[in-house]
Design a protein around this ligand. Structure first.
Ligand code: URA
Length: 214
């Protein structure tokens, strides 16, 4: 059930499997956030980064996307290098870090078992991604992290996946928006060399150039 603001409530009941998982973690770790993780960053940003879903010990614990697990280390370092943040990322939500002209959300707001949301959960949560995009008046670019986020974003924007295939370093113009895509900055991808910090930085360099009109 959606709230009137188009944001999932703390007890969003829409995905039964994710609700059960949330209940388990609320019992195990009652001091953790354990709820749909809200987007982070200003609504008037020109860039929206779309991650996959909260990590259990990361955003699910801290309540801020990509905060508290390995995936955030490369992401926030890269955002800082390209002028998309102010302050120091210290991996907790009260570190004072501010995003500038950039916002971060997830394709799925609740933590899924084994970091793997089911297709029905991705489809169900898409309403919130749609609302997140719709509430950003200055939005010009999106950066999808990984194939699932890419495809969910393409569908959210009303485009066809076949016409907008996922490719690391790729960019698609969809209506007024440009969708950039990267391999996900997960520990697995960086440890196996699928994604190097340089490859990730190239994506954000392209986004920065695009915004600067270069
Ligand atoms: N943390 C998030 O918030 N999203 C991801 O995709 C991975 C880690």
């Amino acid at each position: 059930m959606k709230t009137t603001e188009g944001k999932p409530g703390r007890n969003c009941p829409r995905c039964p499997r994710l609700v059960d998982f949330r209940k388990t973690w609320r019992q195990k770790e009652p001091t953790w956030f354990n709820a749909p993780v809200p987007s982070f960053g200003p609504v008037d940003a020109r860039v929206l980064i779309v991650g996959l879903a909260p990590g259990v010990q990361g955003a699910n614990r801290t309540g801020r996307p990509f905060t508290g697990d390995y995936a955030g280390v490369l992401l926030y370092d890269t955002l800082s290098r390209f002028g998309f943040s102010k302050g120091e990322f210290k991996a907790h939500p009260d570190d004072g870090l501010e995003l500038t002209d950039c916002r971060i959300t997830n394709a799925v707001r609740c933590v899924p078992p084994e970091n793997k949301p089911l297709p029905i959960e991705i489809n169900t949560c898409r309403d919130y991604l749609k609302d997140t995009i719709a509430e950003m008046p200055k939005l010009r670019a999106l950066v999808a992290l990984g194939r699932i986020a890419h495809e969910s974003t393409v569908v959210t924007l009303g485009a066809k996946k076949s016409a907008n295939p996922f490719k690391h370093g790729g960019a698609h113009k969809i209506g007024e928006l440009t969708l950039f895509s990267s391999y996900h900055c997960s520990r697995y991808n960086t440890n196996t060399g699928v994604l190097t910090p340089e490859m990730f930085r190239e994506v954000f360099k392209a986004v920065r150039r695009f915004l600067d009109g270069a």
